[in-house]
Design a protein around this ligand. Structure first.
Ligand code: GN1
Ligand code: MG
Length: 360
């Protein structure tokens, strides 16, 4: 704690601190809630950024500043109320930057958004509002005046994720391959089909736009009435297919089980959540979506559980070097749960298409 207090001192805006608590969500960064003594002062979120994953912190924070400033400007132009709760605000450190390097790690602080909470599950009502919000989020970022850096190159590139899986298989670093051969084979069967977005991109038929790229439900803040205030965890904001935000939201929201569910019978694709979300999303995003983007929304709903299964599986084969795990075999449990969700979503594709057509 004393160490954390020293880091907080580098951010002059923060006053006297009464308590520092670990906030456990997220598999990548370390996050703390910093409580202020004075009730006049907001609380803060302190994060140690994982610089093994985000190797260019300068670029990372630059992207985040561009995006939060752009959104703030839009909200102000629209005379929105309660702007402080609708966009994140990062504090400057004594070095003039929005991060501080203490010789070992990179730290940043943002204002904790008051009277907000995260959810692990959504209802059809909140899913509809989330759809509206994400369409809006992408629309607001459509005219960011500069090219944002690809913070993690090929982050949501399915071909690249499969290549990483193939490398993991070749190296078999943790000698776990034999045990996962069945699921590897199952994944391989659908590989070509799942890479169709990259194919269309090469043919010039599919655009990239600025996306959040980690829109799982737990990365959104909701207000007292269940409305989405804003998306948090902006580390992966970068150019991507719009499928990223659409598909990744459903990967968590439409899953009736947990991301790391052990009982696969609990993993189903919730069509009510899908319908509510896609309705909201199309309402607010229709103006800028191309016909091909709309047509491929069901594909996006299958792509993200599939991609996440590939990523968890590669990490399992590599010996758990990327995602934080809580027990031996955790990444394999995650893989199976995500693969099951993929199958469930795939089985629902026809119904998804029919519903989307009914909205247009
Ligand atoms: C990671 O930051 P966090 O834990 O929300 C990962 C996402 C995965 C997610 C799976 C930089 O997100 O891509 O979808 O875990 N972020 C990175 O829960 O790899
Ligand atoms: Mg993240």
């Amino acid at each position: 704690m004393e160490n954390l207090k020293k880091i907080i001192k580098q951010f002059p805006e923060v006053g006297e601190v009464s308590e520092i608590k670990t906030l456990t969500s997220g598999l990548i960064n370390q996050t703390y809630l910093v409580k202020s003594t004075s009730p006049e002062e907001p609380d803060y979120v302190l994060q140690r950024i994982n610089h093994l994953i985000f190797t260019n912190i300068e670029m990372l924070q630059h992207n985040i500043e561009v995006v939060t400033n752009h959104i703030r400007q839009k909200l102000e132009n629209n005379h929105e109320e309660d702007i402080e709760r609708k966009v994140l605000h990062f504090l400057s450190a004594t070095n003039g930057k929005t991060f501080f390097y203490d010789g070992e790690g990179y730290w940043r602080i943002s204002v904790f958004i008051p009277r907000s909470h995260t959810l692990e599950a959504v209802t059809p009502e909140s899913s509809y509002l989330a759809g509206l919000k994400f369409g809006e989020f992408q629309a607001m970022l459509a005219d960011v005046p500069e090219q944002l850096g690809e913070i993690i190159p090929d982050f949501h590139n399915m071909e690249f994720r499969l290549k990483q899986l193939h490398e993991a298989i070749t190296n078999n670093a943790a000698s776990r391959l034999a045990e996962v051969q069945d699921i590897v084979n199952a994944i391989e069967k659908d590989a070509d089909m799942m890479c169709s977005a990259e194919q269309l991109y090469r043919e010039g038929k599919l655009p990239k736009r600025i996306c959040h790229c980690d829109t799982k439900v737990s990365n959104m803040l909701f207000d007292e009435d269940g409305k989405v205030l804003c998306v948090i965890d902006l580390d992966t904001v970068m150019p991507s297919f719009i499928f990223s935000d659409f598909g990744d939201f459903l990967r968590s929201a439409a899953n009736t089980g947990k991301e790391d569910e052990k009982d696969l019978d609990n993993v189903k694709f919730n069509m009510e959540i899908f319908k509510a979300f896609v309705k909201g999303y199309i309402e607010s995003a229709r103006s800028f979506l191309t016909p091909i983007e709309i047509e491929m929304l069901p594909y996006a709903a299958t792509l993200f559980p599939y991609m996440q299964a590939v990523r968890f599986l590669a990490d399992y084969i590599n010996g758990d070097t990327y995602y934080q795990t809580q027990y031996e075999g955790h990444n394999l449990v995650r893989t199976k749960a995500q693969y099951k969700l993929y199958l469930e979503a795939k089985a629902a594709t026809t119904e998804m298409k029919a519903y989307i057509s009914s909205l247009l």
